[in-house]
Design a protein around this ligand. Structure first.
Ligand SMILES: Nc1ncnc2c1ncn2[C@@H]1O[C@H](COP(=O)(O)OP(=O)(O)O)[C@@H](O)[C@H]1O
Ligand SMILES: [Mg+2]
Length: 255
């Protein structure tokens, strides 16, 4: 690999009169969980939007495995192996749990021109293969028993697990989770933490927006502290959480 895994360098983004990101720089190591923390409005979701190509920064760049992402479209970035969840979930509420996962499975582009007479059979084989792949992901996240249910009938905690299942289906190696634990019951919270730690053990890399400092300490290998669009500190969770200046900004400010 040439250079760092993912690095954000000097990224700035202004919305009208508001400087959402201000010379924002940090790096992510492969196989680690990096937590992105900071008060409401600090620019955390904007960082996700820049990395995933949803917004183009005014200055600075994002590189992934040495490739500059900043001018790429979001589809291409997904193709490189970066996938994100949304704070407001964006699930297909009327589709089944299974179909919500299936639509995220990469489609096979290498479809060879098999004889037309065999096409329906091949299509059926492909459909079954996709269903099986989606089911095995649902088993991994503990939602297999809900596969046929409409998403609208899931609990909020189940919906958030389903969001992670979709990212798994995409095959992405770098997963960006925007507040995956917010609003969860204690039980759903433990399921989410266990899932993320299992995926990390299996080799995936994470950037996670997380507010709760106890959860940060359980999840993070590294913490990036964002304030007014600028990274004030990056380091080990214990050091960041113990920093009185950062604590003042975090708890004395928006909360
Ligand atoms: N598309 C946008 N248009 C205008 N303002 C935006 C947009 N996205 C974010 N902002 C503003 O940028 C600031 C940072 O927002 P955001 O990145 O969502 O913060 P966080 O996720 O840390 O709470 C906020 O003041 C927000 O209102
Ligand atoms: Mg946000």
């Amino acid at each position: 690999m040439s250079g760092p895994y993912l690095d954000v360098t000097g990224v700035s983004k202004r919305f009208g009169g508001l400087q959402a990101l201000d010379d924002c720089s940090f790096a992510i190591e492969p196989g680690q969980i990096t937590c992105l923390v900071g008060p409401n409005g600090a620019g955390k979701t904007s960082v996700f939007n820049v990395i995933t190509g949803f917004i183009r920064p005014d200055a600075g760049q994002v590189r992934f495995r040495g490739q500059v992402l900043t001018r790429m479209g979001s589809r291409r970035i997904v193709g490189l192996g970066i996938c994100r969840s949304f704070q407001n979930l964006r699930l297909f509420a009327d589709l089944s749990v299974l179909d919500n996962v299936t639509v995220y499975l990469p489609s096979r582009t290498d479809e060879n021109p098999f004889r037309p007479i065999l096409r329906p059979i091949r299509t059926e084989i492909e459909r079954k293969r996709r269903m099986a792949a989606a089911m095995s992901i649902l088993e991994e996240v503990g939602l297999a028993h809900r596969a046929r249910d409409a998403v609208r009938n899931l609990s909020y905690g189940e919906q958030k697990l389903l969001c992670v299942a979709r990212l798994m289906a995409s095959g992405a190696e770098l997963l960006l989770l925007d507040e995956p634990t917010s609003g969860l019951s204690a039980q759903a919270l433990e399921a989410m933490i266990a899932l993320v730690l299992r995926l990390k053990a299996a080799g995936r890399t994470f950037l996670v927006v997380e507010h709760n400092t106890r959860i940060v300490q359980r999840l993070a290998d590294s913490v990036v502290f964002l304030h007014q669009g600028h990274v004030l500190a990056q380091g080990e969770p214990a050091a960041i959480v113990a920093d009185p200046k950062l604590g003042e900004i975090y708890f004395g400010g928006a909360l």
